[in-house]
Write a new protein. Structure first.
Lengths: 461, 433
């Protein structure tokens, strides 16, 4: 755990300014096997301290990789000087942020830092299983990895925080030769919140997922390209999560709203059918912990759920303290930084479309000619709400029944138009927490959703 | 600072060898960043960052370990050396691991190593004002201008000892065009420079990008689909061709055996007018790497020369593993040779096609198939640029595309990191709603 050198420096905080002082340690462990060769075997650590000072409507920030009493004092001084420089040249005539609840939020629990051997041996065992059982594969990649972020935050106004988030995953990527000899690939990710030894107690627990992945890959090898054009589709839960995060979530981050996103003119307007509800959860959803819980953010704001779409109406944004004051909204704890040297930005946490009441089988039965889209490898969206996802696995739906598997394709649409075509939402829920969101800095996020029936453009070949 | 880092690196190599490594390599760096942020058109943040990095690698009995930390005091070096040896002992032996042999050591100094912070702020304010004055429909979501000073040393047990001290200025801006409630897609533009002699708006294609985005506020949709010509703007050329090199000519595609080019060295893989280089030493590249991440002196090389696959961009490990030559640098400083026609002449030759400013899609599939949304795009009809487009998808195959070249422009854009022309390819499927 990080030694606390920040809490006792509060007496150095300048009067009349908002100050945040953050010590942070990020760890990463990774072993990568490609066709049995260990091509990547890396352990890295990033420890340091940063300070941010808000004065006259602008921020000064400084960070250093040194973490000593002296370096903590130095970053505080440098951040104050930077704030003063910018306030003098480009100040906005604003006072400090509103007072916040100062309930401390200490949730960090120590985790065991495994030796590198543990990751390599686990990956080797899993790789040997794949190599032995499926010798016909063109190639296989197995990744065993863990990362963690620990933060110790002292603020002049709000909640002091001690927080630790561990994640661990295995990535399995299989490639088979298609009928024309060209490679066809598919991957799966196993794991989530928690240290590697907690999530991966026995390699054999991964075998069922690998068998299922291989079976899907075989179906894909004999798959077809979808027909291009606007189609009725059913998004699987992973794609619904991508929709929540990429297509809607980014447009309702308040800094992007200020920058001109489509959510600006659509606040309190209908953006989807009445079935559509979308929430950025802080730490608990449906009575259970969410995949990546956040209890307070890096500005010392206690984390609460941000309700974004309610019964099809856009009702809110995700905010920092500064943007919440600008929009007259309540900050919900979305200001987060990735490394000690990063300033807090408005980021999503656990963003999800809420489940409905339909059954997946009824949804499939209701489609005469369309597609069931299950797996995705990437997604991007515009500030206009126009989105694109890569689809790596799915099925045709013909006359209410699943047909042939699909080869790689791309779908696109405009979020606030596409959500108005949603006519069925399933009662299930799928979360994904392995991704990194990119927005100046990376950030750990999770996303989720039920199956959703809607209309989108599909790329075909 | 350089002598301190050299001593740290040499000491760390010694500690690794003392712990029993057969070979060792160490890199140490210190980075100072001064950065101004403008959000929503207003100054919001001034940051100064002081970062360190120590990477220690060792090979023992053919087994390799790599560890890194952002400190390099004596205690950290000792602890990290043990961890590095432990990591290596856990891995599998592989004769392909190696470090660079001794060549001629050198100390490099590049660019303006110390920032002029007041002038940087002035240039940033000037860029904000230039955009407001010249491009009134543009809304800047975020603008970041910075100076980075990097001092770094690489040393290994073969006697390699390189140092680099460099400083450069960078500007990055994300923006969109607005008229009432109508808005364009966002666009990201940027450039790097060794000094602050010129206004940021004159660098790279920043002014042209702002001009194009103002024209993309009002868009039209294409009905149905057609096969036509895709013209990539210079920045989109970098995005798509860079992705292609990464997929087809780099470690992952070659190691896994999935690259369509795996047996094509020396063969024709593109139209003969295509020459693609990775060239960090080119005079138009700002502070390009002089040393690779594997301790070699960086050299420019052609991946594709006159349409033939000339070299792969491989790491030393991958090259040894596959019995191929390593890439002579590991930069992303791509230079595409210019053609002999202007972009206006190329567009005039196209019956139906699309100009693509940004590609929203994933990496191409292993076989080269790609599809995605053509962002910041314009229709081309009968040799003329038509309306801006939205909700338009493009698809094709990267390998086939390089052979279906219509033309390369004689104009190139140098943004400090790359030097790229417009490229036009036939046989691309363009589909609307």
């Amino acid at each position: 755990m990080i030694k606390d050198l920040v809490t006792d420096k509060k007496h150095l905080f300048a009067d009349g300014a908002n100050t945040e002082l953050r010590a942070q340690l990020n760890r990463s462990r990774r072993a990568v096997l490609v066709n049995g060769d260990l091509v990547n075997n890396v352990r890295s650590e990033n420890l340091g301290v940063s300070a941010r000072v808000y004065e006259n409507g602008v921020y000064g920030f400084s960070s250093t990789a040194e973490y000593t009493d002296d370096s903590v004092r130095e970053v505080l001084k440098a951040a104050s000087e930077n704030a003063a420089f910018l306030a003098k040249h480009a100040g906005r005539g604003k006072g400090p942020h509103k007072a916040m609840t100062d309930t401390a939020c200490f949730t960090a629990r120590d985790i065991k830092d495994l030796e590198q051997r543990a990751y390599i041996e686990f990956a080797k065992t899993v790789d040997a299983y794949i190599a032995g059982k499926y010798p016909d594969l063109m190639s296989r990649t197995v990744v065993a990895m863990a990362d963690s972020s620990e933060k110790l935050i002292a603020v002049s106004n709000g909640a002091d925080v001690h927080w630790l988030q561990p994640r661990s995953f295995m990535y399995i990527m299989l490639t088979a030769a298609g009928p024309d000899g060209q490679p066809v690939e598919l991957y799966d990710v196993i794991g989530g919140y928690g240290a590697f030894d907690a999530n991966f107690t026995d390699p054999s627990l991964a075998y069922e997922r690998i068998d299922r992945l291989y079976d899907k890959l075989r179906q894909k090898v004999n798959g077809v390209y979808p027909e291009a054009g606007e189609k009725t589709v059913i998004f699987g839960g992973k794609l619904a999560g991508m929709l929540a995060h990429e297509a809607v979530g980014h447009t309702v981050e308040a800094d992007l709203v200020i920058g001109g996103s489509v959510a600006g003119p659509n606040l309190n307007k209908r953006v989807g059918t009445e079935l559509v509800n979308l929430v950025d959860f802080a730490h608990t959803a449906f009575g259970k912990p969410v995949p990546l819980p956040v209890y307070a953010d890096d500005e010392g704001t206690e984390a609460t759920d941000a309700v974004l779409i309610k019964d099809g109406i856009l009702v809110g944004y995700m905010n920092s303290r500064e943007t919440a004051e600008r929009f007259g909204m309540k900050p919900t704890g979305n200001a987060r930084a990735y490394l000690f040297s990063d300033e807090p930005l408005i980021r999503m946490r656990n963003t999800a479309v809420l489940p409905g009441k339909s059954k997946l089988e009824d949804m499939i039965a209701s489609v005469d000619d369309g597609y069931y889209l299950i797996d995705t490898n990437n997604g991007q969206a515009d500030t206009t709400g126009e989105f694109m996802y890569g689809v790596t696995f799915g099925y045709e739906i013909k006359n209410g029944k699943l047909g042939r598997a699909l080869l790689d394709t791309t779908i696109s649409g405009v979020a606030f138009e596409m959500l108005k075509t949603v006519d069925m939402i399933s009662d299930s829920m799928t979360w994904v927490s392995s991704g990194m969101c990119g927005k100046k800095q990376p950030m750990t996020v999770s996303m989720g959703g039920p199956e959703i029936k809607c209309k989108v453009n599909i790329g075909g070949r | 600072m350089i002598e301190e880092l050299k001593n740290t690196a040499k000491n760390a190599v010694g500690v690794l060898m003392g712990e029993g490594a057969d070979k060792a390599s160490v890199s140490v760096s210190h980075t100072v960043t001064h950065e101004f942020n403008v959000d929503g058109g207003e100054f919001s943040l001034f940051r100064t960052l002081f970062d360190k990095k120590l990477v220690m690698e060792c090979i023992k009995d053919g087994r390799k370990g790599t560890v890194s930390q952002n400190r390099y005091d004596g205690e950290t070096v000792a602890a990290l050396a043990s961890s590095c040896l432990e990591s290596a002992a856990s891995s599998m032996p592989d004769d392909a691991w190696d470090f660079a042999p001794l060549s001629e050591n050198e100390d490099f100094v590049l660019g303006e190593v110390k920032p002029d912070t007041e002038k940087l702020f002035s240039r940033c304010r000037e860029l904000v004002d230039d955009i407001k004055t010249r491009f009134p429909k543009i809304m800047t979501e975020q603008m970041i201008v910075c100076h980075k000073e990097v001092t770094s040393v690489r040393a290994n047990s073969n006697g390699v000892l390189f140092s680099t001290h460099k400083g450069s200025y960078e500007a990055m801006l994300m923006f969109s065009g607005h008229e009432g409630e109508k808005a364009s897609s966002f666009f990201i533009s940027g450039a790097a420079s060794e000094n602050l002699d010129r206004p940021f708006i004159e660098l790279g294609s920043i002014a042209k990008d702002l001009e194009n985005v103002e024209k993309q506020i009002h868009t039209e949709n294409i009905e149905g689909k057609f096969e036509g010509t895709m013209v990539l703007t210079p920045s989109c050329t970098g995005e798509l061709i860079g992705g292609l090199i990464m997929s087809f000519a780099s470690d992952q595609g070659l190691l896994s055996g999935t690259s369509p080019w795996k047996d094509s060295l020396g063969e024709k893989v593109a139209d003969e007018r295509v020459t693609i280089s990775l060239a960090p030493l080119d005079g138009r590249i700002v502070c390009g790497d002089r040393v690779t991440g594997e301790d070699f002196r960086a050299e420019n090389f052609d991946v594709i020369k006159d349409g033939r696959l000339n070299a792969f961009a491989l790491s030393l490990y991958c090259a040894n593993k596959l019995g191929l030559k390593r890439g002579l640098n590991d930069s992303e400083n791509m230079i595409v040779a210019p053609g002999d026609r202007s972009i206006d002449e190329i567009i005039a030759s196209i019956d139906r096609g699309i100009i693509v400013g940004r590609f929203s899609g994933g990496a191409p599939a292993s076989n080269g198939d790609f599809s995605g949304v053509a962002k910041n795009s314009f229709l081309i009809e009968n040799g003329r640029i038509g309306p801006a487009l939205s909700e338009t998808m493009i698809s094709g195959n990267m390998a086939a595309m390089l052979k279906n070249l219509r033309g390369v422009s004689k104009e190139q854009v140098a943004d400090g990191a790359t030097v790229l022309p417009y490229m036009a390819f036939d046989g691309i499927t363009v589909s609307g709603k």
